[in-house]
Design a protein around this ligand. Sequence first.
Ligand SMILES: [Zn+2]
Ligand SMILES: [Zn+2]
Length: 281
Amino acid sequence: MQNFTLHTHNNELRFDGHASAREMITAAENKGFTTIGVTNHLIMHPTLNFTENEEPMFFHDFNQAQSAYMRHIEILENLKSDFKINIKIGFETDFFQNKDWRNYFEKMITRLPVDYLIGTSHFLKSEDESFLLNIYHLKRLQTPLEDEVLKNYVINHLKNIEQAVRSGYFSFMAHLDYCTIFNLAEDSSYDPYKLKILDALKETGTPFEINTSGYDRINRPHPAPWMIKELSQNGGLVPVVISDDAHYPERLGNHFDKAEALLKELNYTNRLTVDMLKKPC
Ligand SMILES: [Zn+2]
Ligand SMILES: [Zn+2]
């Protein structure tokens, strides 16, 4: 059984976990894990023009974002000496295609002393990113999006994940079909876009996670088992890692047994290990 976790959250600063970094690390150590990766959300974009009260984790000022991320790294560095467990520092990064975002992000990752970055997207978007909506906030819309518009934004979301893989910034990709938690992109008309994400993983050799939080929400992991199966030839075409995406201490390692059983069933032996994490460059 995988005895480490590389995708966890806490409630330091403006982040959305439900326990402090110290509580999360203590819980991981008590569980017998050898490593915990601490990966709060890195979300910055000029379109996300909200106040700190409205959306504490969204930054539209890149410099402010960078100083918050630096402060979080300092908090973790200061905790390291109190623990035996190996602590890795990263961020779960929302990838965007906006030119300013890419320019700033590329400079920022040379300055942020992180061990790795997880890539993802949590946003529905217009092609030019003048419209961005965190999928989690769909229910807040006063007027629901028209079906065609919504479909277009979902397709852009999936294409964006493919581009995130191709960017080469990330050590591994999070919950590839996250949007299906919200009943989006479930019918087979979206399969070609999901398959393109898998092609991008294969072509670039980018690892991906099996996110076990889905077992609690929709009774299956992310990505869906058919997508994992697509990657499972010859023991696995790219490395896979199991993630709990824990926002609470008690969720650490949750359902790892189910994910292990699935990998065994698929003969998926190509596993991402902590030593394989690459620093962003
Ligand atoms: Zn996520
Ligand atoms: Zn997460």
